[in-house]
Write a protein that binds this ligand. Structure first.
Ligand code: NAD
Length: 354
């Protein structure tokens, strides 16, 4: 076995159908008295539900979170935090709600009790993101990592099919890149393989019946593992490409991950044999079929299969390849701009990677 560093990050996780009811007790445990409940506008009903559950501990509801955490939204939210004397944050929803809570915590060190309802996994990471003047910055700071996470699968049954599948693929992507990370370690590899298995087996079952709580639980469990992997080890080409495509061409986050993942695996496969073995075990396929079978999985789940379908312009592919290759970063296979351009061409057309 190679030498490695494993550094555990504190996490308190409450998991199970109906466990949202624990939110008040969890706030009391951290001595919170004035919590701000945060959601996207579409999830205001869930925010109201949290407010009802925590009663007097609720200082207010802020249902104004949007994708990519724009700086203006953070400044507005910080004014509200000050005006209401908020002492804790309860984001409910996906990466957008949790992202806004993290940006507030970065400025105020307020503790977060997160209630995730998608599979993006942000709740398990110390990673924050902010968009200012069209440029998305990210960084790591343990102060933004939620103190408690409540995973309640009942809250995910109304998650639309498209978000379920694409954010599930986003979680699989965290696991895949964790398996070939520069600083991979045996513990994180175990979590990553199990995360892929759980998501791969549950997504088709959810599609067949979105109210299947057992499958919804399995997917949320897989997303928790994916988030832990993302928060613990470095990512590589796939995340770099998605960051460039989302940040510079405004492509939707989860859909971009879902489209790009088979191509990133195709690019790295021959240079990441141990990771490929693990993914093949989790997907129950032959090693040479890993990229193709993930492509087939997303095709069977009925979500967009090409960059063209999610708003990329063909004329921007060359520039995207340049942006994704101009600064050096770790990847198991050396980064070659021409091959990345070819890869983006395949992804633009939705061509099955062989
Ligand atoms: P999102 O939070 O924007 O949610 C996607 C959509 O799902 C929204 O329209 C939302 O209203 C809807 N939704 C959420 N919960 C729902 C529910 N229970 N029922 C019905 N609809 C529901 O998107 P996301 O994919 O969860 O997160 C993407 C964002 O998170 C990006 O900005 C990304 O950069 C960030 N992210 C950050 C990290 C990190 O570690 N910092 C990790 C992953 C993603």
């Amino acid at each position: 076995m190679k030498s490695f560093l494993y550094e555990a990050q504190a996490a308190r996780v409450i998991f199970g159908p109906g466990e949202i009811k624990q939110v008040q007790t969890e706030l009391e445990k951290i001595s919170a008295k004035r919590a701000l409940v945060i959601s996207t506008p579409g999830q205001e009903e869930l925010a109201d539900k949290v407010s009802d559950l925590i009663g007097d501990l609720c200082a207010g509801i802020h249902a104004k979170a949007v994708q990519h955490v724009p700086m203006e939204k953070v400044e507005k939210a910080l004014e509200i935090v000050r005006a209401l004397h908020v002492d804790s944050l309860v984001p409910i929803g996906g990466g957008s709600s949790i992202g806004l809570a993290k940006a507030i915590a970065l400025n105020t060190s307020l503790p977060i009790v997160a209630i995730p309802t998608t599979y993006a996994g942000s709740e398990m990471t110390p990673i924050w993101g902010l968009t200012e003047n069209g440029i998305k910055k990210t960084g790591k700071d343990l102060v933004v990592k939620p103190k408690t996470v409540i995973y309640d699968p009942n809250l995910t049954v109304n998650l639309p099919t498209r978000v379920t599948v694409t954010s599930g693929m986003n979680a699989i992507a965290h696991c895949v890149e964790g398996l070939y990370a520069e600083n991979v370690n045996p513990i994180i590899s175990l979590l990553a393989e199990e995360g892929i298995r759980a998501l791969h087996s549950s997504l088709p079952a959810i599609l067949a019946d979105p109210y299947n709580i057992e499958a919804r639980s399995e997917a949320l469990y897989g997303c928790w593992l994916g988030g832990t992997v993302l928060g613990s080890v470095g990512m590589a080409l796939h995340h770099k490409l998605c960051h460039v495509l989302g940040g510079s061409y405004n492509l939707p986050h989860a859909e971009t991950h879902s489209v790009m993942l088979p191509y990133a695996i195709w690019y790295n496969a021959a240079h990441a044999s141990k990771a490929i073995k693990s993914i093949a075990r989790a997907l129950r396929v032959e090693e040479e079929d890993v990229a193709g079978s993930l492509f087939d999985l997303t095709a069977s789940l009925g979500v967009p299969m090409s960059l063209a379908e999610i708003g990329m312009k063909e004329s921007d592919l060359g520039q995207a390849a340049e942006l994704a290759t101009k600064n050096p970063y770790y990847n198991p296979r050396p980064i070659e701009q021409q091959t990345i351009r070819k890869l983006l061409g395949y992804a633009f057309a939705g061509k099955r990677p062989l």
